[in-house]
Design a binder for this molecule. Structure first.
Ligand code: SF4
Length: 359
């Protein structure tokens, strides 16, 4: 049987061209996308303002959503995590994080790859490396799925971060096209300033991104301000010396006028000492970046520990004393296994146990 194509891999103009061959007017394409993206339709049969014959034809050729929801977990603070299985059986995670104190802000954290080659020592997603890139439709579908869940509760998605499984800039074309589609008025219409792309640092791709004419935020996952420690924590960093990376960030700031964010995950006894504050402040000042501190979410089988809250607040205060614009991001959804890759890892672990028991 021929596999039906995925609607979300297309833009309305692609669908309009296809519908033209069927003798349908171009505006039908906008109707279909409106149903699929804004009204949460998962079946062409539900698109009641389309002729029945067209609905039947589309249903034979196309599929609206490709993923199957394998698991859903929700923390008491409202953080919602979905484990999605794609048509080839690959699984990825998408997380919705409600902001504290802002009752309407709803952020989705999207994955861009199945697994990740960056190999951060403290991350569950990096274990096992990267299996494949996600397509633009698969990235968009994560946002649409989360938005539909929210719509069922009378809420909508307001912010998007490309900070889930995978290195977004290693899947450059799909990531940039997904940004454009999430922003498009015919799609979710989320403002570019509410979209953040997070990278561990590929200098050439950062420069390319600066030239895309987008107004998104670039977040650099720094995690260590000293070259040797960074290479220990992020094996991939050997390909991108800090000096080169910081020059690319500086270029991004100058070209787009958008300040870069430095993401810094505090690991107890590893990167949260006084000398780390000094080095981090030096870098932040050099590229005029602000700093987002996070407290590590422990992962079973990895040796890293979460710092005490008091220690994290002292680190934050020491940065601010040095004139750095810094925040401590509240760790959300520990109960939903919100640390990157944990839900998938527990699912893969269980599947393996099942497989092992059958051999
Ligand atoms: S933290 Fe991000 S970049 Fe690092 S291994 Fe995990 S998914 Fe990859």
């Amino acid at each position: 049987m021929i596999e039906r194509r995925s609607l979300l891999e297309w833009r309305p103009e692609n669908l309009a061209a296809h519908l033209g061959k069927l003798g349908e007017p171009p505006y039908r394409a906008r109707q279909v996308f409106d149903w699929a993206l804004m009204r949460g339709a998962t079946r062409f049969a539900d698109m009641t303002d389309l002729p029945r014959s067209l609905r039947d034809t589309l249903a034979k050729e196309l599929v609206i959503r490709c993923a199957t929801e394998i698991r859903r977990s929700e923390a008491p603070d409202g953080t919602l995590k979905l484990l999605l299985a794609w048509r080839d059986g690959a699984t990825t995670e998408s997380v919705m994080i409600p902001a504290e104190g802002n009752r309407r802000r709803r952020t989705v954290c999207l994955s861009t790859q199945v697994g990740c080659d960056v190999g951060c020592r403290f991350c569950a997603s990096g274990i096992g490396g990267s299996l494949r890139n996600l397509s633009v439709g698969e990235i968009l579908e994560q946002a649409v799925t989360i938005d539909s869940v929210l719509a069922g509760r009378g809420e909508r998605l307001t912010h998007v971060v490309f900070m889930g499984m995978g290195e977004p800039l290693a899947n450059y074309r799909a990531t940039v096209e997904a940004v454009r589609r999430i922003n498009a008025p015919w799609s979710l219409g989320i403002a570019q300033r509410r979209i953040t792309v997070s990278t561990v640092g590929l200098p050439r791709q950062i420069i390319r991104l600066a030239d895309e004419g987008l107004q998104i935020t670039l977040a650099l996952s720094l995690h260590a301000a000293r070259e040797s420690l960074r290479r220990d924590l992020i094996p991939w960093a050997t390909h991108a010396p800090l000096a080169e990376l910081l020059a690319a960030c500086r270029f991004y700031l100058e070209k787009t006028g958008r300040e870069v964010t430095l993401e810094y995950c505090l690991l107890a006894g590893v990167n949260d000492r006084q000398e780390d504050v000094q080095e981090l402040a030096h870098i932040a000042r050099h590229i005029r970046a602000h700093v987002n501190l996070m407290m590590y979410n422990p992962v079973d089988s990895l040796p890293f520990k979460r710092p005490s809250r008091g220690g994290a607040i002292a680190f934050l205060a020491a940065l601010r004393e040095r004139g750095i614009n810094a925040h401590l991001r509240e760790s959300r959804g520990l109960e939903a296994a919100a640390a990157c890759g944990q839900l998938r890892r527990s699912h893969v672990g269980r599947s393996r146990m099942r497989d092992d028991s059958t051999t």
